[in-house]
Write a protein that binds this ligand. Structure first.
Ligand code: SF4
Length: 485
């Protein structure tokens, strides 16, 4: 197996934001989107509105670039629907940026979505046969036109969303507006997070905020109220929020990878602290350590998502935790994707080893996950070059062996290092002195209510039927595993 040189992480999906009756919604929605920037850096957008004015801004690029004119807006808006995008479906042009906007019987319909629709081609054909016209290849536009199609038949908003929840398969957390009503809903498996918060305005009126992660609530000083439940619809109108359980989830499948990498450490996701969960992954990893402890001088993390697990690991073994790798926060994905650097130097541009900490030491390096192995190989090389005596790599999650079809950009199974190689082979290819993953048992123990989570990228047990093409992919993977195990 050769290393693939693409970005060596599962890519986040998207982040969504909506604000209802919030003074200074314009500035606050930009702040909320900034705090969700980690969920998507390719494009972003915002629909701002009041009773008598509205404005849609969207483009490719980061929040700080697309919304740099916001401080100079002459109108102050009270409501907003916003989105940060990583494209798992469709291309990356400004027209693909969300929210999407259309109108139905003279009322505006706006929608922003985080996730991935599985039965896209059937739905697209159906909607075209109904006379709907697509402008993009985005699956989010399918959701918009599905609602539009129902609303044009004079169905109520609640009924239109109910039909959508019954007929569309996949992962979707959605926020939007129809006329005066703000709405939000999650698919019945609850793959992607979505939370509701409240903010009291200076005039003591109540405003509502719906966002992907709680870190965005804290950013704008809103207080957490509750998670929008899987299969639940939240309607906000006349300053009141009402909840309607449209589909009773028989078995949820919340994305457990949110805890490993996607979500920010300072968020509560699916009612559990991301930071605490990462600490526990590290503690379990330490409990399972097979190396003679006298051989370990210090523990370092691959910043940033490996840090919490590294702290948990070091505390459990009573070993010193040091900064061993320093991240250059100013080397963004745009620069890397532009081809201005040799792709082999990508990791060197982003990370450097702190020679003073590691020289002559035997170190444990904790990373959150192992995807293709490219980054780990280069990190181990950098650490050795800077004088580390021994480099032992520890991964705070089980091996990823299967692709995700629920809104996360995963490499094909054949490019996942753990799908193709045994532990010994991976260790040899990466060049580490030893390699160990968090055990399956440890992972499930930390998750605790294990039946409520999706773990399909680890065990191939998909919670929803996926497309024919994808099934073909799975059988390929299973065939390969039999050869390798
Ligand atoms: Fe999350 Fe993995 Fe399930 Fe995808 S397959 S939803 S990344 S746990």
């Amino acid at each position: 197996m050769k290393f693939c040189d693409r970005n060596d992480k599962l890519q986040e999906e998207c982040g969504i934001v909506s604000l209802y009756n919030i003074k200074e919604a314009t500035e606050l929605s930009v702040k909320a989107l900034l705090s969700l920037q980690h969920r998507g850096q390719q494009a972003c957008g915002m629909y701002l509105y009041n009773e008598d004015a509205s404005r849609l801004i969207k483009n490719t690029g980061l929040v700080s670039e697309v919304f740099k004119e916001v401080p100079f807006f002459s109108v102050s808006y009270d409501n907003a629907v916003g989105h940060v995008r990583y494209a798992t479906s469709g291309t990356n042009r400004s027209i693909d940026a969300q929210p999407f906007l259309t109108s139905v019987n003279g009322k505006k319909l706006i929608l922003a979505h985080n996730g991935h629709i599985l039965n896209q081609s059937n739905l697209r054909s159906y909607l075209i046969s109904e006379g709907q016209e697509f402008e993009t290849n985005s699956d989010s536009e399918i959701l918009l036109l599905y609602l539009k199609n129902n609303l044009e038949k004079n169905k109520s908003l609640q009924f239109a969303i109910s039909e959508l929840l019954h007929n569309i398969s996949g992962a979707f957390s959605v926020v939007g507006v129809f006329g005066e009503v703000m709405f939000a809903f999650r698919d019945s498996k609850g793959f992607r997070p979505l939370v509701l918060g409240q903010k009291i305005n200076p005039d003591q009126s109540v405003g509502y905020v719906i966002v992907s992660e709680t870190c965005a609530l804290e950013m704008i000083e809103a207080t957490y109220t509750c998670d929008i439940k899987p299969g639940e619809l939240c309607l906000i109108q006349n300053s009141k929020a009402i909840f309607i359980q449209i589909l009773k989830p028989d078995k949820t499948a919340m994305c457990s990878f949110e805890y490993i990498y996607f979500s920010r450490s300072d968020s509560m996701v699916f009612e559990k602290s991301v930071y605490e969960t990462r600490l526990k992954f590290g503690e379990w990893l330490a409990q399972e350590e097979g190396l003679e402890l006298g051989k370990i001088d210090l523990v370092i993390a691959v910043p940033d998502s490996g840090t919490a697990a590294a702290i948990g690991y070091a505390q459990k073994l009573n070993k010193p935790f040091h900064i061993g790798l320093v991240k250059n926060a100013y080397v963004g994905r745009t620069f890397i994707a532009s081809g201005q650097s040799n792709r082999k130097d990508m990791v060197k541009l982003k990370l450097n080893a702190l020679q003073g900490s590691i020289r002559g030491k035997s170190i444990i390096v904790i990373d959150d996950s192992l995807v293709r192995g490219t980054t780990s190989h280069q990190i181990v090389e950098i650490l050795k070059k800077r004088g580390a005596r021994e480099v032992h790599l520890r991964i705070a999650s089980p091996p990823i062996r299967y692709s995700c079809y629920f809104g996360v950009d995963t490499p094909e199974a054949k490019d996942l290092i753990a799908n193709q190689l045994s532990l010994v082979e991976m260790n040899r290819l990466i060049g580490s002195h030893s390699l160990r993953f968090l055990s399956w048992n440890g992972y499930l123990n930390v998750l605790s209510e294990k039946n409520k989570y999706c773990v399909a990228c680890f065990n191939g047990d998909y919670p929803l039927a996926i497309s024919e093409k994808s099934f073909h992919n799975i059988s390929y993977v299973k065939e390969k595993r039999e050869i390798l195990v």
